[in-house]
Design a protein around this ligand. Structure first.
Ligand code: SF4
Length: 360
């Protein structure tokens, strides 16, 4: 049954739909422009693909526009100070991506003359580029017939071919099916067309089959089970970890932060000092100060939920080993989201209190 669905059944109607309905995205070359010979900039394609890992298009747009305004080329990015790039990435999450972004930009400049390699195999040797990103850059930037399988494409393939094996077990089969449909002509547009179809028409809860260009060949639609696919193996509930976070500033109104270790969660980012995060964290503060508890903030990481108790001291003497950021230079937006949540909770203490006054 699955073998009778061929590339030609899909490509023509899907590309015609894409020509009329492609999403306008800041990193994208519209299909009409591409047809006129305008070629995507591999730097912008790569940057967008790194940002889009685990992150929505809506969240990425503003970051992408800021990054490309600050660093219009890969050479500009390679020459940027680490701290400036990490601060611009703050709030986007998964900070290993930002560290690898810089490493990759510097390798491109140092070893590839500032030009992205167009070979899938060479792309795979670059920091932070795995099989998915290598395929996406190859297809979108270089029009290579590589198969790009993200969550949207998995959903479309599951439904087109009525794959009832749950994800993630079905991934190899979905990859094989998607590969079979990948055309050699307009491969970049095709890759983006399937993603757009999944994002705008073949959506998770209520696929709009009545306006879908592939409704005539879709097995799940024919069987009336589109909204039930793809099936998924139930996820285990995430464990909860606890911790303490300490927000303060000096009498000179310098915020007392620390740079987190390069390896580990929020690696290389600025943040408030914290305890370790586990089931029973130590409640001993990192240095003496008149700490008082102002509440809790919650944040979810990939593998656990975190509840941090927020402690505030209105005025401390600058402790050793910390990073002091003067009030005038302090931008809460340079902090990762978890640390910004702690600041938002703590800042009323500083707004309402004369610096140096005694805690309540
Ligand atoms: Fe998805 Fe419906 Fe189109 Fe099938 S017909 S690909 S289920 S939107």
């Amino acid at each position: 049954m699955r073998d009778d669905l061929k590339c030609n059944d899909i490509t023509g109607p899907l590309l015609a739909w894409y020509d009329a309905h492609a999403r306008v995205l800041p990193w994208r070359i519209a299909p009409q422009d591409r047809a006129r010979g305008i070629i995507p900039d591999p730097y912008r394609v790569w940057l967008s693909e790194i940002m889009l890992q685990q992150t929505t298009v809506a969240a990425v747009k503003a970051y992408f526009e800021r990054f490309t305004a600050l660093w219009p080329t890969v050479a500009d990015l390679a020459a940027a100070p680490d701290d400036a790039v990490m601060a611009e990435w703050a709030g986007l999450g998964y900070y290993a991506r930002a560290r690898n972004l810089l490493k990759c930009a510097r390798v491109i400049v140092a070893e590839h003359g500032g030009a992205f390699p167009n070979s899938h195999a060479t792309l795979l040797t670059l920091p932070g580029i795995g099989p998915y990103t290598a395929s996406a850059v190859s297809a979108i930037a270089f029009d290579a017939p590589e198969t790009v399988l993200d969550g949207n494409v998995e959903r479309v393939m599951s439904r087109l071919f009525l794959v009832e094996i749950p994800l993630p077990t079905s991934k190899p089969e979905l990859m094989a099916l998607a590969t079979r449909l990948t055309p050699t002509a307009r491969a970049g547009d095709y890759a983006q067309a399937v993603m757009d179809l999944g994002a705008t028409v073949c959506t998770p809860k209520s696929p709009a089959c009545d306006i879908c260009p592939l409704v005539h060949v879709c097995r799940a639609h024919r069987s009336g089970v589109a909204a039930q696919l793809p099936k998924k193996v139930p996820k285990k509930p995430k464990p909860v970890r606890l911790g303490h976070v300490y927000v303060t500033r000096t009498a000179a109104k310098e915020w007392v932060l620390e740079k987190r270790p390069e390896k580990g969660l929020l690696g290389g980012m600025l943040g408030w000092p914290t305890s370790e995060w586990n089931e029973a964290p130590s409640a001993t503060p990192p240095y003496d100060a008149p700490w008082h508890h102002v509440g809790e903030v919650r944040h979810t990481f990939t593998h656990f939920h975190l509840i941090l108790s927020v402690h505030v001291a209105p005025c401390v003497t600058a402790p050793e080993g910390t990073v002091l950021v003067p009030q005038a230079a302090f931008r809460p937006s340079d902090l990762p989201t978890l640390m910004r949540k702690a600041f938002d909770l703590a800042q009323a203490t500083f707004d309402n209190r004369e610096v140096g006054s005694a805690p309540t």
